[in-house]
Design a protein around this ligand. Structure first.
Ligand SMILES: Nc1ncnc2c1ncn2[C@@H]1O[C@H](COP(=O)(O)OP(=O)(O)OP(=O)(O)O)[C@@H](O)[C@H]1O
Length: 627
C-alpha cells in the first residue's frame, strides 16, 4: 500500500524509534546502524538528487505525537512554521536523509504499511504517460507553449495588501525545487503566466491570497505549486496513526465533480515523484473506492464540498492538520448555493483557523459581496487582480446575435453548417453549447443527433458515469458538440474548444464570463456566440460593458437594449458598480479608502461620467502596474 509523504514521516519516526529501542525517536546510532545495512538500490527522488552526502542528516527526536520534522530544506523559501507551536522541530533534514543513505531508517523501508516510501513511489503511475505517447507532438507543443502567450504580457496587474512579495519572471526565479521544476518541464510550461508570476511568490511567502485572473490563465498551477512545495519544504506535525481516519495537509475545494477530477489530474502531474500524494473525493462516484484511496495516504485532498462533508461526518477525514486551504472558483463556492457547506467545513469542523492555516481563493470573477464573505476565511490577505478580472480575455472573439426563441435551433444549425463548410470541425474544433435547463440539454442533444451532428450532453440529471462518458467523448472528438448546463461552465480545461455558443444566455454576467472562458485558453484564441432576445434583456447592459472592456464590437441594437435597461433600473446583481475600468473584481477593501470614480458612468453616455478610460487614484499600500 502506498502512503503519503506525511505518513512516511510518521512511519519513519516510529520505525526508527523501534530500532533504537524507544517509542520516541531515532538516535543517530540507530540510524547509522540502519544505514549501514546492505543497501538495495535505493530510489532517490529527483529533487533530492545532486545533494552532497555531507548535507544528509537524520530526523531528530520528535516530541510525542505532535513532533515536527522538517522534511526538506533543499530549496525554496523556508516553510511556514505557523504550526510549529505544537511540538519540537526536528533539526535535521528529512528529505536529505533519504537521499544519500539508501534506506537509512531500516531495511524495511520508510513505511511499515507499504514496505517503503520509495517503493510506493516507484509504483506511482506516471500521469504523463498518455501525453508522452501522444503521436501528435505539435498538438501537445501548442497546447502548453502557447504561441499566443505573449498576449498576456501587457496585462494589467493590481495587488493590494501589506508587504506584497515581488513577482517572479521565470520558474527558475521562483525556485520550486528540482522535482517540481522537472514536472513543470514535463507539462511544457516554459514560463509562468502572469497570475503564476504574482501568486506563487505570494503563496510561497506564506501569505493568504484572494486572486482574480481571467479564465484559462493558469490559476490551477498558481495554487498547486506553492501547496506542493510547501508540503515538501516545511515542518510537519506528525500524523496520529492507527485509526482509519486520515489527516490531509492541504484541502482544495471546487464546485463540480468534473472540476475536482481535473484539478486532481493536474495536481498529480505537478506532484509526480515528489512523494506528495494527491487524492480526490467527489459525489456520484462510489465512496468505497475513494475511501480505499484515502487509506493509502493523502497529503492533498481535492474534493467537492458535499462529498467532503460526508467523509467528515463518517469520521474518515480529519481537517485538524490542514495547513493549506484553496478554494477554486471561490466566488461560486461562497455564493448562496455552497456557502453553508463551506462554512461548515472551514469554520465548524476541526480545521485550524485562519492565520494558522494558509488560505488561497481563486476565481476569474469576484463580486464585492462575495469578497466580503470570503474575507472571513482570510488573515491579512493580499488581493491580486490580473487582467480586468470578472472580464473576459481579449483572446475570445465575442459575437451577440438577436435570435428569437423559436429560431434558435435553426440558427444553431446554420452556425454548425458554416463551421463544417470552413472545415472547422472534429477533434481540433469542438463546440460547447450552453442551455439553461437539463431538459433543454437533453432535447437539444437529441435534435442535433437527429440532424446529423454527433452531440452529447452534460447536466445534473445524468449519472456521474454518463457525465464522465459524455466528457470523454467530447474531448476525443467522438461527439464534437457538447450541450451543457452551467455544470460545465466553470474551470473545465478542454483542449480545442473552438466555439462556445450561449444558446440560452445565463442570468448572471459572471456565469457568461465563465462559460465563454471554456474557449480561448492558455493564450489561444476562441469564438463565443450568444443568442440574445427579449428574454435576456437584463443581461444587455453588463454584456455590452463586458464586450466593450474586452475590445469587442458591440452591436448598436445591444447598446440600445443596454441603455434602456439602465433607464428602467435593470441589471440587478449584473449592474456593474462605479463605472470606470473595473479591474474586474477590484479589492472591496479599497472602497473604504478610495473615493469611487465614475458614479455609474458608462459608454452610452447615460451615466454621470464617461466611465471607461478614467483611472482611479492609487492609495498607499496598493500597487498598480502593467505587468
Ligand atoms: N505556465 C504555463 N505555460 C503554458 N501553459 C500553461 C501554464 N500554466 C497553465 N497552463 C495551461 O493553461 C491551461 C489553463 O489553465 P487552468 O485550467 O489552470 O486555467 P484557469 O485560470 O484555472 O481557468 P478557469 O478560470 O477557467 O478555471 C491549462 O491547459 C494549463 O495546462
Amino acid at each position: 500500500m502506498r502512503t503519503s509523504w506525511a505518513d512516511s514521516v510518521a512511519n519513519a519516526n516510529s520505525l526508527a524509534g523501534a530500532a533504537s529501542g524507544s517509542n520516541t525517536t531515532p538516535s543517530s546510532a540507530s540510524v547509522a546502524g540502519a544505514a549501514s545495512r546492505p543497501n538495495r538500490a535505493s530510489y532517490v527522488p529527483p529533487h533530492l538528487r545532486n545533494h552532497p552526502r555531507s548535507e544528509i542528516a537524520t530526523p531528530a527526536q520528535p516530541d510525542g505525537p505532535a513532533a515536527i520534522v522538517r522534511r526538506s530544506s533543499f530549496s525554496g523559501p523556508s516553510g511556514d512554521s505557523r504550526l510549529g507551536s505544537g511540538g519540537a522541530v526536528a533539526t535535521r533534514d528529512f528529505g536529505h536523509s533519504t537521499a544519500g543513505g539508501g534506506r537509512p531508517l531500516g531495511g524495511g523501508g520508510w513505511n511499515s504499511r507499504t514496505g517503503g516510501w520509495d517503493r510506493g513511489r516507484d509504483r506511482e503511475v506516471n500521469p504523463f504517460a498518455n501525453e508522452d505517447e501522444t503521436t501528435d507532438a505539435v498538438f501537445n507543443e501548442q497546447q502548453n507553449t502557447g504561441i499566443n502567450f505573449d498576449a498576456y504580457e501587457d496585462i494589467p496587474v493590481e495587488t493590494s495588501g501589506d508587504n506584497v512579495p515581488a513577482p517572479a519572471n521565470t520558474f527558475a526565479e521562483i525556485d520550486l525545487g528540482a522535482a517540481l521544476n522537472e514536472n513543470i518541464r514535463r507539462c511544457k510550461y516554459v514560463r509562468p503566466t502572469p497570475v503564476q508570476r504574482h501568486a506563487i511568490p505570494i503563496a510561497l511567502a506564506g501569505r493568504d491570497l484572494m486572486a482574480c485572473a481571467q479564465t484559462g490563465s493558469g490559476k490551477t498551477a498558481a495554487f498547486c505549486f506553492p501547496i506542493i512545495s510547501g508540503i515538501m519544504n516545511s515542518p510537519l506535525v506528525q500524523k496520529p496513526r492507527g485509526a482509519r481516519i486520515v489527516f490531509p495537509l492541504a484541502l482544495i475545494l471546487s464546485p463540480t465533480r468534473e472540476l475536482s477530477v481535473q484539478i486532481h489530474d493536474e495536481a498529480r502531474k505537478f506532484a509526480y515523484q515528489t512523494g506528495v500524494r494527491v487524492v480526490v473525493a467527489y459525489g456520484g462516484a462510489p465512496i468505497v473506492q475513494q475511501l480505499r484511496e484515502l487509506e493509502k495516504g493523502v497529503d492533498i485532498l481535492v474534493a467537492t464540498p458535499g462529498r467532503l462533508v460526508d467523509l467528515l461526518e463518517r469520521a474518515r477525514v480529519s481537517l485538524s492538520m490542514i495547513r493549506f486551504l484553496a478554494l477554486d472558483e471561490a466566488d461560486r463556492m461562497l455564493d448562496m448555493g455552497f456557502e453553508p457547506q463551506i462554512r461548515r467545513i472551514v469554520e465548524q469542523m476541526d480545521m485550524p483557523p485562519q492565520g494558522v492555516r494558509q488560505t488561497m481563493l481563486f476565481s476569474a470573477t469576484f463580486p464585492k459581496e462575495i469578497q466580503r464573505l470570503a474575507s472571513d476565511f482570510l488573515a491579512n490577505y493580499i488581493f491580486l487582480a490580473v487582467g480586468r478580472v470578472g472580464s473576459s480575455t481579449d483572446l475570445i472573439i465575442q459575437r451577440v446575435e438577436f435570435v428569437q426563441e423559436s429560431d434558435k435551433r435553426s440558427h444553431l444549425m446554420d452556425l454548425l453548417h458554416a463551421q463544417r463548410a470552413t472545415g472547422v470541425q472534429g477533434k481540433q474544433a469542438l463546440t460547447l453549447v450552453f442551455v439553461e435547463t437539463k431538459k433543454g440539454a437533453d432535447s437539444l442533444e437529441h435534435w442535433l443527433c437527429l440532424n446529423g451532428f454527433p452531440a452529447t450532453s452534460i447536466h445534473g440529471d445524468r449519472t456521474q458515469q454518463e457525465r464522465e462518458y459524455a466528457l470523454r467523448s467530447f474531448k476525443s472528438g467522438q461527439a464534437p458538440i457538447l450541450v451543457a448546463t452551467d455544470v460545465a461552465a466553470r474551470g473545465l480545461d478542454i483542449p480545442h474548444v473552438a466555439h462556445v455558443v450561449n444558446f440560452d444566455l445565463p442570468n448572471d454576467i459572471d456565469d457568461y464570463v465563465h462559460r465563454i472562458g471554456r474557449t480561448g485558453r492558455a493564450g489561444k484564441t476562441g469564438l463565443a456566440t450568444a443568442f440574445f432576445n427579449e428574454n435576456s434583456t437584463s443581461l444587455a447592459r453588463p454584456l455590452a460593458e463586458l464586450m466593450q472592456e474586452s475590445n469587442q464590437e458591440v452591436p448598436a441594437w445591444l447598446g440600445r437594449y443596454a441603455a434602456r435597461s439602465l433607464h428602467v433600473g435593470g441589471g440587478g446583481r449584473n449592474r456593474r458598480p462605479g463605472g470606470g475600468p473595473r479591474f474586474g473584481g477590484r479589492d472591496f477593501r479599497r472602497d473604504n479608502s478610495l473615493s469611487r470614480g465614475g458614479g455609474g458612468g458608462d459608454y452610452y453616455g447615460v451615466g454621470a461620467s464617461s466611465g471607461y478610460g478614467g483611472g482611479y487614484a492609487v492609495a498607499p499600500g496598493f500597487t498598480s502596474a502593467w505587468d
